[in-house]
Design a protein around this ligand. Sequence first.
Ligand SMILES: *Cc1c(COP(=O)(O)O)cnc(C)c1O
Length: 457
Amino acid sequence: MPDPIRFYSTNRNVPAITLDEALLQGQAGDRGLFLPEAFPAISADELVSMAGRSYSYVAHAILRKYTLGVIDDATLKSLCEDAYDFDVPLERVSGRLHLMRLDRGPTASFKDFAARMMARWMSVLMREQDDELVILTATSGDTGSAVAHAYHGVERMRVVVLFPPAEVSGRQRKQMTTIGGNVTTIGIDGQFDDCQAMVKRAFADPALKHIRLTSANSINIGRLLPQSVYYVYAYVNLADVAAQEPITICVPSGNFGDMMGAIIARRMGLPTQRLIIATNANDEVPRYLETGRYEKITPSRVCISNAMNVGHPSNLARLVDVYGGWMDETGVVRRQPDLEAMRRDLYAISIDDDETRATIKEAYDRHGVILEPHGAVGWAGLEHYLRDHPEAAGRSAVSVETAHPAKFPEEIQRLIGVEPEIPPSLAGLEKKPESYEKLAAAYEPFRDWLLEWVRKG
Ligand SMILES: *Cc1c(COP(=O)(O)O)cnc(C)c1O
């Protein structure tokens, strides 16, 4: 059996470790982010053999390359079957242009794909260690509910979610506060940034050292590896696999975790054309690629694609690293990556709210397709690329729809006069009983609450 793949930190000040350790640590001790030392290859024959197979089959075939020697193969197979028990629709929009809807999981956002696998991996690892893990996460919306659902009922895991009630929609709040069981939600009387700061302090607090705390946001490598799978799945279902036809992929991006999944798939050998990165008005990455100067946007710009309102993507350090550069934990580029290679491989574009809205309307009027704001940013990005690169027209292309339109009923109703149908995952939320703690936006009361909560068990 080959040795397990090892993961190094982008700051390179700690030794490389195996996946089990990287999953449980989250961020590296030197505050860098973990990346695999080598990207295992997917062969052309393997791709051929995946065509027409189920999503869980493809997930197992890809992920076993990373879990080898860490998680038993038969266990991984059953985890994949258990985690991926919902549809992954590939919807033809026109010609060979497709939309991949990653919105059929239990919280109707693409974050379900990775959160569900990471929760199961961690649970298996904790069983071996005979210990319990507390997942602490701050959310401005989708991450909290995806994480809470993914870990709900998973043995040896307890979840605490901090959220700002004033900044999340009623539906988003209910998706977190109606779960119960091993999931506790706390409404913080403040902003998302306050929640985030409190979580960060807890991780660094010696008074909490006896609690095994970890994070479930996209700094954890466990959130990225499963996100490479759906690009492979799209490829084997849409491209001429036998001819190794390269596919064009477009990813609407905020923290760049989803996009790193596409980078990983490509490094593993998935035949791809340029990768299109579409951001909303938070255009720090498109600008960086253009000018070579990186400047965060603070505070981040408020756009209708609210899950992408990110002024400094936490996964950018990984992208820079993959292209030979170094971005430290404060967001400073200490060594420039190969910008020429990045420009060759990536096409980055910023789409503002006006264009996002126009795209939702046009996609419906021309193709009968219902997009929500995040997916519309992606679709607009793909259209720009095809206008700039007529030679790419006629090739197969896929843009990612990251949330279900029913999460944005008012906006969509206003634009196209249609009320999106509510998927089973969101139905009945109104009637479910809600419960959540309430705390001030201050660290000490939160720490005291956490100590007491752990003591009570
Ligand atoms: C989180 C999220 C995004 C952005 O994904 P990143 O991995 O942060 O780039 C896009 N759309 C939706 C609906 C999301 O929840």
